[in-house]
Design a protein around this ligand. Structure first.
Ligand code: MCN
Ligand code: FES
Ligand code: FES
Length: 908
């Protein structure tokens, strides 16, 4: 123990601490100042930034013994409070800069010091500052953060007032379609939005700390697990293995299509017979402290018999490959595409024919907040599990049989989540928590470190694709053939569903009358495939959007013109053979045209250095809003003495479920004139909120939005008197009329037939186009994205700040997918930097968003979804721009510098 005198946020304090402990842990664990967050825990994300003696430092790696005596420390709690916000906090709210908000305290603290040193920074100064201090954000694409700092600087200089900047509502009080600030923003910018790890610190004493024993090999038979030594370690209460699991010890993958050859029960909660992938959970140590649990983890002995590890779809498909799940073939699901006439003769007769192979890999999600959760039994003996789940009702069904606890008594609650980007569409920590709670009958808490975040959770499923286009000499597509193999890792969870995306989205956006194709899902030993923003469309559309450029070259046509000729026009159908919900692609292209022409001029100018070459590229993006077929949702609305309460399971990754719910409910309640502050949101607790469905597939604004609208409309109808005026709450109660209304909505859609890929899977789609301008350094192969432009049609916009944020963030994830992100090498791809997370200087400050707002007949108040559109194909536009710049066509992502350089060398 050492004694430290410090001044924290102006208050002198004497601390008695372990000198080896970090400042972050002391602030959070000892002082309960949970505004400072811990993300990566290894100086890579800046979530833990605090100011010490006028310098921004990362407190997660600052040991207490290194802290100078009398150090003056400023944390987010000292920057501003809810009552007295710092201009940075106000600007963060005004610019929608806190999406999930996990990075916000770190960024705000960091920026405070910048503005103290320089109250008049340039945008580049701000970018350099965040780069230097490693402040990382996965949600916002950074631009809104720079906007916020610049605005805060203006506020500090007295050039503008808050009143001038604060969102203005129209006179009728409508918030739908405005830049109304999301309800959670205030808590997020003040560090008072309690994420899972913050709530974990507030658990009662006696809560057991859990740590995982993970597999360090990719495929093996388990011969024995010896926990005897671990059990004797200090503080250990129990070492839990498969033998302690009273249920089926499996998470069900919920087979979607009956032709799936698997049964969906292959994923162990705790490995029993086999290890299927690196990082699998073999045992859980429950102890009094996290340190004791971790020490005991090292003592668990696992004896293994190694098996061949199939680390890609082709490897697992090889003739001599053994079945990873004995009894189920490694290729466990197949689907075909049959649209129009036979394509073989058409391709043969085509004036122009192109064919290429494509690969989009195992993109890691890289939320700044690692996975975290806790579980306990309540007074009715219900097992309550808190996690980052974005599918609380679905996960209950997936994990309860495996845990062995009555599903009706297993209640999931979502904690505020620091980003998921889809990985939480799969259960991760939930079943581990459930098993540990049942085995110990005590409250349990489990947080992953970043290594576990990367090695335990699912990843984007790699697609190996071959695509062929045939076209007339005028450039009209006549036929397409596709073949795609989906590497879905060892667990089938929605593997069939993501494979269907190949039929639905290779070639999406274009009228292609004749299509044939074959797709398959392959079981492998690399990371299990979980949902990732865009879900199959970034893979599918990468292939067709790069091939469109190859076709344009073959035809000697401009890539824009070729696309313009082929995009959906009235009467055209999607690859699934149905009419899109609206025809807005032509308008989208028209809107992009001036930017495209300008970019062409830009590309002709000399690059920023003689060793660099400029290029431009475009792509179009289409994705559905909803789960396949007649997806449905439920939301309830209650009239109260204070206004209206909305009960909804619109899970929030950080995208803005609170804002979407509020804007939609407020719009539907407008006849009553309920003020936004009188609409209370009760969200994401199965004990209180109905099954609104998961927050995946960009479905919530449409599905949950419609259910919200229906519930509110029923409420309005319920309070309406015969003369058209409205009853008050008191009148409703006096007349014994119901004040609680259940809203349900089902999408008018039809699942695709797996043998033809034909159907009408989504009632609503999102449409867009991307334009990227790049400079490629031909001496290093490094690509810099200098500018991006996106035209988006997400229908009528519920909240402009939210949608702008969705687009910026998604596009920047597209830059990562194109150039740097991967999860392949199990030694290297284990943290944010190793996995290739884009930092602020890896992305352009110059991003233009343009909108086409086509009213959606099936969307609430005309809205489609927005979350995944920006990650459908931005990476394809970057890859096309690289080719345009230097003649190197990258078809196997990511386009890391060495790959581009190798291409340049091969060309020369
Ligand atoms: N919205 C709107 N107007 C529209 C359409 C949508 O204002 N016309 C708003 C909605 O109110 C919502 C947001 O845009 O706040 C996204 O809406 P929607 O597309 O319906 O998607 P969901 O709410 O179902 O969110 C999920 C979606 C997906 S699938 C992933 S993955 C994803 C994403 O959104 N992960 C995210 N966005 C993310 N954003 C952040 N910050 N973090 C993640 O993990
Ligand atoms: Fe400290 Fe990431 S830098 S938590
Ligand atoms: Fe930055 Fe989510 S808002 S990580």
């Amino acid at each position: 123990m050492i004694k430290k005198n410090v001044v924290i946020n102006g208050v002198p304090q004497t601390l008695l601490v372990d000198g080896e402990v970090t400042l972050a842990d002391v602030l959070r664990g000892q002082l309960h100042m949970t505004g400072t967050k811990i993300g990566c825990g290894k100086a890579q994300c800046g979530a833990c930034s605090v100011i010490v003696d006028g310098k921004v430092i990362r407190s997660c790696v600052t040991k207490m013994k290194r802290l100078a005596d009398d150090a003056e420390i400023t944390t987010i709690e000292g920057v501003g409070t809810k009552e007295h916000l710092h201009p940075l906090q106000l600007a963060w709210m005004i610019h929608g800069a806190a999406q999930c908000g996990f990075c916000s305290p770190g960024f705000i603290v960091s920026a405070k010091q910048l503005l103290e040193e320089n109250v008049n920074p340039t945008r580049e100064d701000v970018r350099n500052w965040f780069q230097k201090h490693r402040n990382a954000c996965r949600c916002t694409g950074y631009k809104p953060l720079i906007d916020a700092v610049m605005e805060a600087a203006r506020l500090l200089r007295g050039e503008v007032t808050i009143e001038e900047l604060w969102c203005k509502l129209p006179e009728n009080g409508q918030i739908w379609g405005t830049e109304y600030i999301r309800p959670s923003a205030l808590a997020k910018v003040t560090g008072t939005w309690d994420f899972g790890a913050d709530a974990g610190l507030k658990m009662p004493s006696g809560t057991l700390q859990l740590k995982l024993v993970q597999a360090k090999v990719s495929h093996a038979n388990i011969l024995s697990i010896d926990t005897s030594e671990a059990e004797k370690m200090p503080g250990v209460v129990k070492v839990i293995t498969h033998k302690d699991v009273v249920g089926k010890n499996r998470i069900t993958g919920l087979i979607t299509f009956p032709t799936n050859k698997g049964d969906g029960w292959e994923r162990p909660i705790l490995c029993d017979k086999k290890v299927f992938q690196f990082g699998d959970a073999i045992a859980i140590v429950a102890a009094d402290t996290a340190a004791h649990a971790q020490a005991a983890v090292e003592k668990v002995k696992v004896e293994l018999e190694l098996l061949p590890a199939y680390m890609s779809a082709p490897a697992a498909m090889a003739e001599d490959a053994i079945e990873i799940h004995p009894g189920t073939p490694n290729i466990y699901f197949e689907t075909q595409m049959v649209k129009g006439e036979d394509t073989a003769p058409l391709l043969k007769a085509a004036d122009a024919f192109v064919e290429d192979d494509f690969y989009v890999g195992r993109q890691p999600h890289l939320p700044i907040e690692p996975d975290v959760g806790f579980a306990f039994f309540d007074e009715e003996d219900k097992l309550i599990i808190h996690s980052k789940s974005i599918a609380i009702h679905l996960h209950q069904a997936m994990i309860a049989p495996g845990i062995g606890y009555d599903a009706d008594k297993t209640i999931l609650v979502q904690n505020p989540a620091g980003g998921t980007f889809g990985y939480k569409f799969s259960p991760t920590i939930e079943a581990l928590l459930g098993v540990a709670a049942v085995a110990t009958r005590q409250p349990v808490y489990l947080e992953f470190d970043y290594y576990q975040q990367t090695t335990y959770t699912g990843k984007r499923s790699p697609f190996f694709m071959n695509v062929k286009f045939g076209a007339t000499k005028e450039g009209k597509l006549t036929a397409m053939e596709t073949d795609w193999s989906v590497d879905h890792g060892p667990y089938s969870e929605f593997g069939d569903l993501v494979t269907m995306r190949g039929s639905q989205f290779i070639g999406a956006g274009y009228s292609i009358p004749n299509i044939r194709g074959n797709g398959r899902t392959v079981c492998t030993n690399h990371a299990w495939g979980s949902a990732f923003r865009g879900y199959g469309s970034p893979q599918s559309e990468f292939a067709s959007e790069v091939l469109m450029d190859e076709l344009a070259e073959k035809l000697g046509m401009d890539p824009f013109e070729l696309r313009y000729k082929n995009v959906y026009r009235p009467g055209d159908t999607t690859p699934s053979g149905c009419e899109p919900d609206v025809y807005s692609m032509v308008e989208i292209m028209d809107k992009l045209k001036p930017a495209y022409t300008k970019a062409q001029e830009w590309a002709k100018q000399p690059a920023s250095a003689t060793n660099k070459k400029r290029g431009i590229g475009m792509s179009i993006g289409v994705y559905g809003s909803g789960l396949d077929g007649p997806d449905s949702s439920a939301v309830n609305a209650e009239l109260t003495a204070n206004g209206v309460t909305i009960y909804t399971s619109w899970e929030d990754h950080g995208q803005g479920a609170d804002m979407g719910s509020l804007a939609t409910a407020h719009e539907a309640l407008r006849p009553l004139g309920v003020k936004p502050e009188n609409i209370k949101l009760v969200m994401n607790d199965m004990a209180r909120t109905p099954n609104s469905g998961p927050a995946g597939g960009s479905r919530s604004q449409v599905l949950v939005g419609n259910a919200t609208r229906v519930a509110c409309e029923l409420l309005v109808k319920g309070v309406t008197k015969t003369d058209g005026t409205f009853r008050t709450y008191a009148e409703m109660i006096a007349e014994k009329l119901p004040v609680y209304f259940e809203g349900n909505w089902t999408a008018p859609a039809k699942e695709c037939d797996v043998t033809t890929g034909q159907g009408n899977p989504f009632a609503v789609y999102m449409y867009g186009a991307f334009l990227s301008q790049v400079e490629v350094d031909i001496t290093t192969g490094k690509t810099e994205v200098v500018k991006m432009t996106m035209v988006a049609d997400v229908g009528k916009i519920a909240n402009k700040l939210v949608v702008d944020g969705q687009l910026y963030g998604g596009m920047v994830q597209g830059i990562g997918l194109a150039l740097s992100e991967d999860f392949e090498d199990l030694k290297k791809h284990i943290d944010l930097i190793g996995c290739g997370l884009p930092y602020v200087k890896d992305v352009p400050d110059n991003i233009d968003l343009l909108y086409v707002e086509t009213y959606r007949p099936h969307g609430p108040f005309g809205a489609a979804g927005s979350g995944e559109l920006p990650l459908t194909s931005p990476h394809a536009s970057i890859i096309n721009a690289i080719y345009n710049a230097c003649g190197v066509r990258i078809t196997h992502l990511p386009a890391r510098p060495e790959k581009v350089l190798a291409g340049l060398k091969a060309k020369n």
